[in-house]
Design a protein around this ligand. Structure first.
Ligand SMILES: Nc1nc2c(ncn2[C@@H]2O[C@H](COP(=O)(O)OP(=O)(O)O)[C@@H](O)[C@H]2O)c(=O)[nH]1
Ligand SMILES: [Mg+2]
Length: 383
């Protein structure tokens, strides 16, 4: 995430729009995999609306002895790339090292093709894909062939029944291997308008294409969370000066705390945090406008009283009094190293410590709120 740390936090809502406008630039990689000869290349052609013998179509029936992997753009979404992966289980592409050799991590989604029920290697692949947290479809290709064979063998042949049986057999086999609700598509690469091919296109558009948006949002969130962290670090390094000023400045006694603090200065520091993290009203309105998430939703995401409006001495006083009964303000280990040792009365040292601890606490709290608000704004349900 380096390189983003100098981004001004206030430009982020604008950045979201810029990124959204560039959504088509995000590449999504779909791995087409399965045993050799099952119809992977034909599937890529059919998916792209081409026949195997069309000009520009990928060559089928080619022996997969080389390590070249060909890629083809999706017909409608140019940045969705279909990767025609080599057949698993051949001499060059051993099952044990297939995942590593083909660089599985770089794919966002997989289609596992078999021309019969799914077998040991298909299951292995699916489990590897699950392991890296990606999703996949199972495709039973050559269903035209399955139907034809059955017709030749069975006097009481019924296409619907054969299809239903084949589907049930595939699904049951996968369930026995621990896949709870496997998505199985029965299709013929020679009839892309028939059987489950149209449904596959439809599901693909609905489920796979939005992955691009998800990628984008995660990237955006990561950038912004990094910005929040940078901002927090900068604020943190300033806290000791506030602590020192409080020790020598216009401190007033705080009831219940037996310590004198400069409340006005704490108010000023915390107000700076609120605006610095874009938690003030006008920033929230801007964020609401640029993301379409209602302002109230963003506002209600904030739980801390510090993010509810103007910071006043009263609010700070109330919080300090509440915190006074916890260990937050009086535990000293971290802050004592900043206290100059000589010639400082204990009371001054104490007000330094309390101010230091209080500001750190407020800063942490507001940084957390800022992260929550931003994730809410992007519709991300991530912790
Ligand atoms: N009947 C039928 N044959 C197919 C189908 N898909 C592929 N084939 C044939 O199966 C053979 C292997 O196909 P190919 O696409 O090269 O498989 P790959 O090795 O997995 O890439 C070729 O002869 C294709 O014409 C299909 O859906 N139905
Ligand atoms: Mg092939």
């Amino acid at each position: 995430m380096h390189g983003y740390s100098t981004i001004d936090i206030s430009t982020c809502p604008g950045m979201i729009n810029q990124y959204l406008a560039r959504i088509d630039d995000i590449q999504l990689n779909i791995g087409i995999t399965g045993k050799s000869g099952t119809g992977k290349t034909s599937f890529v052609n059919a998916f792209r609306g081409m026949k195997n013998n069309d000009q520009g179509a990928a060559l089928v029936g080619v022996n997969e002895t080389t390590k070249t992997v060909n890629s083809y753009p999706h017909p409608k979404y140019a940045n969705v790339i279909l990767w025609d992966l080599p057949g698993i289980g051949t001499n060059k592409w051993k099952a044990e090292t297939y995942v590593k050799d083909t660089g599985f991590e770089k794919f966002d989604f997989f289609v596992i093709i078999s021309d019969t029920h799914f077998q040991e290697n298909d299951i292995k692949l699916a489990k590897e894909i699950q392991k890296i947290g990606k999703r996949f479809y199972f495709v039973h290709s050559k269903i035209d062939q399955t139907l034809k064979n059955e017709e030749e063998n069975d006097r009481n042949f019924n296409a619907e029944r054969t299809l239903a049986l084949t589907r049930r057999r595939c699904i049951r086999g996968l369930q026995e291997q621990g896949f709870e609700q496997p998505q199985v598509f029965l299709l013929s690469n020679f009839e892309p308008w028939h059987h489950d091919f149209p449904k596959l296109h439809e599901n693909f558009t609905r489920e796979v294409y939005p992955l691009k948006e998800y990628h984008l949002l995660c990237t955006m969130a990561a950038i912004h969370l990094e910005v929040i962290n940078e901002r927090k670090k900068a604020f943190k390094s300033g806290i000791k000066y506030y602590g020192a000023a409080s020790a020598f400045g216009a401190a007033v006694p705080i009831p219940g705390l037996s310590v004198a603090l400069d409340l006005g200065m704490i108010v000023k520091a915390v107000t700076g945090y609120v605006t610095g993290f874009d938690l003030d009203d006008s920033s929230l309105h801007r964020l609401a406008n640029s993301t379409g998430v209602p302002y109230d939703d963003l506002r209600f995401t904030i739980q801390s009283v510090l993010g509810q409006g103007e910071i006043t001495k009263d609010i700070i006083l109330k919080l300090l009094t509440q915190l006074g009964s916890t260990s937050v303000l009086l535990a000293t280990e971290e802050s004592t190293r900043f206290i100059p040792v000589l010639g400082i009365p204990i009371a001054a040292g104490l007000s330094f410590t309390v101010t230091y601890r209080a500001l750190n606490f407020f800063l942490d709290e507001l940084a957390k709120e800022a992260q929550k608000v931003y994730k809410r704004a992007l519709g991300l349900n991530i912790a």
